[in-house]
Design a protein around this ligand. Structure first.
Ligand SMILES: CC(C)(COP(=O)(O)OP(=O)(O)OC[C@H]1O[C@@H](n2cnc3c(N)ncnc32)[C@H](O)[C@@H]1OP(=O)(O)O)[C@@H](O)C(=O)NCCC(=O)NCCS
Length: 180
């Protein structure tokens, strides 16, 4: 299996939307506790792709709303195997940013180190983009993701409870962070 990790482009929005929609509901919640409603998916993904492509320029104007997104592509089958992003949140001090991380690997590709490939490249991308801390929330029962994050140096910094606006249930999550 030949997997290439690269920057997300505009042409990925339909294949990524297909990947997201193919995820079981449970996995959508793991990826993000508040699953994206169908009508929001395409505009959100389009914005992530565009803001990732033009991040350097957009960050100067609206740092809080920009993304750096990566795609893991199965070259042979021309399929998206995984996706990861950094959502730039704000400034520590001039030119030092914090970012939130999200990652998902398509079910059929899990356990083949694609999450690791994405994670290594994302950390490299963060360093190249003056990001000094990566933060994330992960559901406390999401052992594969917690192990992946710990493997790459993230530490648990706290625990929170949040109510999902979609199913109205309360979820327990860890707040994890990686100082770069
Ligand atoms: C978490 C996820 C991205 C891991 O992707 P992956 O490609 O299967 O992970 P890798 O094969 O690169 O594994 C890397 C490490 O993750 C951990 N891991 C992965 N799968 C695991 C599992 N089923 N059980 C326990 N740990 C696991 C291990 O520490 C592993 O390192 P090792 O191979 O040295 O043991 C994938 O399971 C996924 O997409 N889950 C659904 C979405 C999600 O939960 N996203 C995170 C939201 S916060």
């Amino acid at each position: 299996m030949e997997i290439k990790v690269r920057k997300m482009k505009l042409r990925d929005i339909f294949s990524f939307s297909t990947l997201y929609l193919s995820l079981p509901e449970e996995d959508k919640k793991l990826f993000h506790p508040f699953p994206l409603q169908k009508w929001k998916l395409l505009p959100v993904i389009t914005y992530i792709a565009l803001s990732s492509m033009f991040n350097k320029y957009l960050r100067k104007i609206i740092p809080k709303f920009t993304f750096l997104a990566l795609i893991a592509e199965d070259i042979e089958n021309k399929k998206i195997a995984g996706f990861a992003y950094l959502h730039i949140k704000g400034k520590y001090s001039p030119n030092k940013y914090t970012a939130n991380l999200g990652i998902v690997v398509s079910k059929e590709y899990r356990g083949h180190h694609i999450g690791s490939l994405l994670m290594k490249r994302l950390i490299k991308t963060a360093k190249e983009n003056e990001i000094k801390k990566i933060e994330l929330d992960v559901l406390t029962q999401n052992t594969p993701a917690i192990n992946l994050y710990k493997k790459y140096g993230f530490v648990i910094e706290g625990e929170i409870k949040t109510k999902c606006p979609v199913d109205k249930k309360t979820y327990r999550s860890y707040k994890m962070g990686l100082e770069l």
